[in-house]
Design a protein around this ligand. Structure first.
Ligand code: 6PG
Length: 461
């Protein structure tokens, strides 16, 4: 059979879910996996959707099964595996055929592949985990207009919908889609860390049981914080461990894994010179969490951090979380704008916010307001609604951090959010001291406030 409209390589969890989603939307899809047993098992479990699926056992068969011009989605691990797969496919493809990398690639790799691969390559960011891939992910596509036009029917058909609008869109050329996906993941790390810190304050500062914490998250999920991550945090906190009968959360090891996308965001933010301290704090917090043995030794050396907080109203904690979240998104969207300017990508941040309203891990009601605000303003900080929200919630963030710091409870991401806010609203900063120091030890020169003259030196010169 040579009529499949789309091909897919890599039947791992995400690839298999995406293939079933594509088949379900009525497209004929040909699939291939490195191990043929997996392909056979996949088709055997596809039920009625198997009629839409052509299982192939060699790359040649996969290519032969596809209608021209061919389009093949790659769902293989990011990095060398993508290069290897492109190299293996290239000799089998014709001009006009397209390889679509749907994994979590580093956008710099995507830029390189688009420029150098012997075939056309397109990079798309796909978010939503297995469930999203199966029933409707958020899709951030990079690439040329022509490649987007080629893939749009499939990608919009399989994407999540927000009030009927597909959460799949073309954000910019080449690596732009994977860049936006990386920022999504940076925000994902930050959102998760902010929630985890507030969980920690309830657990260690207020002595609350996991299920009571779960109820608080459930309540918050009915308000301004309504979001997938707050929803699942409530569910995670409220789950009982079958083995112990206690909260499952209490038996989960407190060391976070990471595949690197959040770290890439922090690294790229440094390259761009755009501040994302909440994301950086979240990445650092994961790194600190992973040093579990060392933390245990240091807890013995210096004493643990469990302290008590004077009774902290849940509403104050909620407002602190709202404030931290808004500031984190301010930084994320500002970073997207900075990258778009630096690379000439022409990304519309409000369109990105619209893509994130459903399907992805950071989906939330607040993103709808952010999309509207970013249509009118360059930054969320310029929007009266978000400015009011910050003005109203910053005192709570300050109160929570002050309490946590006094009690010795760690809140690095919440603190990073407040540090950013206080720094950015300080018209007269303290970098005059930095400039004085730089001039003192290296004659780097400074500008004068009174005359405006630059390249000035102190008497130490
Ligand atoms: C998504 C997620 C996903 C990511 C996992 C794990 O948008 O669906 O971001 O792409 O791979 O969340 O990421 P870490 O292992 O880095 O936490």
């Amino acid at each position: 059979m040579s009529g499949s409209e789309i091909g897919l390589i890599g039947l791992g969890t995400m690839g298999a879910a995406l293939a079933l989603n594509i088949a379900e939307k009525g497209f004929r899809i040909a699939v291939w996996n490195r191990t043929a047993e997996k392909t056979r098992a996949f088709v055997a479990e596809a039920g009625p959707l198997a009629a839409q699926i052509t299982a192939t056992e060699t790359l040649e068969d996969l290519v032969a099964a596809l209608a021209r011009p061919r389009a093949i989605i790659l769902m293989v691990p990011a990095g060398q595996a993508v290069d290897d797969q492109i190299a293996a496919l290239a000799p089998l493809l014709d001009e006009g055929d397209l390889i679509v990398d749907a994994g979590n690639a580093n956008f710099r790799d995507t830029d390189r592949r688009v420029a150098e691969a012997p075939v056309r390559v397109m990079g798309i960011g796909v978010s939503g985990g297995e469930d999203g891939a199966r029933h409707g992910p958020s899709i951030m596509a990079g690439g040329s207009e022509a490649d987007w036009a080629r893939m749009e029917p499939v990608l919009t058909a399989i994407a999540a919908r927000h009030e009927g609008v597909p959460c799949a869109g073309h954000v910019g050329p080449a690596g732009a889609g994977h860049f936006v996906k990386a920022v999504h993941n940076g925000i994902e790390y930050a959102d998760m860390q902010l929630i985890a810190e507030v969980y920690g304050l309830m657990r260690d500062g207020l002595g609350m049981h996991a299920s009571a914490i779960g109820s608080v998250f459930d309540t918050w999920n009915a308000g301004v914080l309504r979001s997938y991550l707050v929803e699942i945090s409530g569910k995670v906190a409220d789950t009982t461990d079958a083995a112990t009968g206690g909260p499952l959360l209490d038996v989960i090891v407190d060391a976070a894994g990471q595949k690197g996308t959040g770290r890439w965001t922090a690294i790229e933010a440094q390259h761009l010179g755009t501040p994302v301290p909440v994301i950086e704090a979240a990445v650092a917090a994961r790194n600190m969490s992973a040093q579990r043995d060392r933390r245990a030794r240091l807890a013995e050396r210096f004493g643990g951090t469990a302290g008590t907080l004077p009774d902290l109203p849940r509403e104050v904690l909620e407002q602190a979380l709202i404030c931290g979240k808004v500031l984190c998104y301010v930084q994320g969207f500002d970073m997207i704008r900075a990258a778009s300017d630096a690379f000439g990508w022409g990304i519309d941040p409000s369109a990105v916010a619209r893509l994130w309203r459903a399907g992805c891990i950071i989906r939330s009601d607040m993103l709808d307001d952010m999309a509207a605000a970013l249509e009118r303003h360059e930054s969320l900080l310029g929007d009266a609604g978000f400015a009011d929200r910050l003005t109203a919630s910053v005192p709570a963030l300050r109160q929570v951090i002050a309490g946590a710091v006094t009690a010795g409870l760690p809140v690095p991401a919440l603190s990073a959010a407040l540090g950013y806010f206080d720094t950015m609203r300080q018209a007269r900063g303290t970098a005059n001291m930095i400039q004085g120091q730089r001039d003192f030890f290296g004659l780097h020169g400074f500008a004068r406030l009174d005359t405006g003259a630059s390249g000035q030196h102190g008497p130490w010169a």
